[in-house]
Design a protein. Structure first.
Length: 367
């Protein structure tokens, strides 16, 4: 493990040694919160840097905004030139969420502008946390939002060792699953290029290109080269390639998600069919009530409308995974059964007296 080492011409002075000691004691005692107070320019950042050096623990430094986070990141890079100090903030230069304005009936489409350099720094922070122990991450509130599964991300790492065999086709497939893009013309950040037995990879977290030369299926050399001049910067014996996106998933996860999506689509499609059928039945019943004059047919139309309502309740109950709709249908069926008995009895009684089932010929107010 690489040790945290503060490189500075200054040493803790004044109240700083006492503050460092109290903060260290609080951490050892498991305090959840401690406050370091001091005026501007009193050396609070330096105090925290010396505390990190004393504790030898990876640290997360939070700032309320990007500007202050950038300032702190630069300060800690000066304190820890031999360690990794990473900058992790939101990569949006501009973000407009989708919105709806009811007064003017206006829909505002989502719009965003991603800063590529900040995106690289975010991936650099992730790679540093996975590959090293001496890491300080300076971040804003962006760090509290989820990025995907750390387990899935770690499982996607591709280790490559010089003079070891690695099937080239398998490597290309793994790079695609890591969400790298193949571009055999110009290799850019987040892409790779294959020319013969030479594979160039431009990781999203680096500013240089890694060139892997194969002899058959054997890794002959691993080089780090300048993307502009092509100059060889370093010869490596091993290399770990991290995913091009924080949102990567294993084949099993993708398969499970697809199966769940298919089930949800089946439920949605089936629900839509049921609702469509219910709407058709209700419309037929409503039209029959308005058009036909026969009491018996009108009675049947009412029953048809009630059945349409029942179908709607059952479909909604299935869609939301609740039994409330089915319970409501049971009550409706009980009421409908009583209605059928009473209603038919009334219709038969009227027909026996009037010899007609037309509403135009009926006058219930007379004997």
């Amino acid at each position: 493990m690489s040790r945290f080492e503060v490189v500075s011409d200054f040493k803790p002075e004044g109240d700083q040694p006492k503050a460092i000691e109290k903060l260290r004691e609080g951490l050892n005692k498991g305090f959840d919160f401690q406050t370091l107070m001091g005026i501007t320019g009193s050396g609070k950042s330096a105090t925290i840097a010396w505390l990190i050096e004393e504790l030898q623990l990876p640290s997360l430094v939070l700032a309320p905004n990007k500007a202050l986070a950038a300032q702190l990141a630069n300060e800690f890079k000066q304190f820890f030139p031999k360690n990794r100090v990473e900058y992790f903030v939101s990569y949006y230069d501009y973000y407009q969420p989708e919105a709806y304005v009811p007064r003017s009936d206006t829909f505002i489409e989502k719009d965003a502008n991603i800063n590529e350099e900040i995106d690289r720094l975010r991936h650099s922070a992730t790679s540093a946390l996975l590959m090293r122990d001496d890491v300080i991450v300076v971040s804003s509130v962006s760090c509290i939002y989820g990025l995907g599964s750390p387990k899935e991300y770690r499982n996607k790492i591709i280790p490559i060792i010089k003079n070891k065999e690695f099937d080239l086709d398998t490597l290309l497939t793994k790079l695609i699953k890591q969400q790298y893009i193949r571009n055999d013309l110009v290799v850019s950040r987040g892409s790779f290029r294959l020319k013969g037995d030479t594979l160039d990879i431009f990781p999203v977290y680096e500013e240089t290109i890694y060139r892997i030369e194969f002899f058959g299926d054997e890794v002959e050399s691993i080089l780090r080269i300048d993307p502009v001049t092509g100059e060889i910067l370093e010869k490596l014996n091993e290399l770990a390639i991290l995913p091009a996106s924080h949102y990567v998933s294993s084949d099993d996860t993708i398969k499970h998600a697809l199966e769940k999506i298919e089930i949800d689509m089946d439920i949605q499609i089936t629900t839509d069919w049921y609702l469509t059928l219910a709407a058709i039945l209700f419309s037929i019943g409503a039209i029959g009530m308005m058009v036909r004059k026969n009491v018996l047919i009108m009675f049947m139309c009412v029953e048809l409308m009630l059945n349409a309502v029942n179908l709607t309740f059952v479909a909604a109950s299935r869609h939301f995974g609740s039994s409330d709709g089915q319970v409501a249908v049971l009550f409706i069926l009980v009421v409908a059964a009583a209605e059928v008995v009473v209603g038919l009895a009334i219709i038969v009684s009227i027909f026996s007296k009037k010899q007609s089932a037309s509403v135009d010929d009926l006058s219930l107010s007379r004997g």
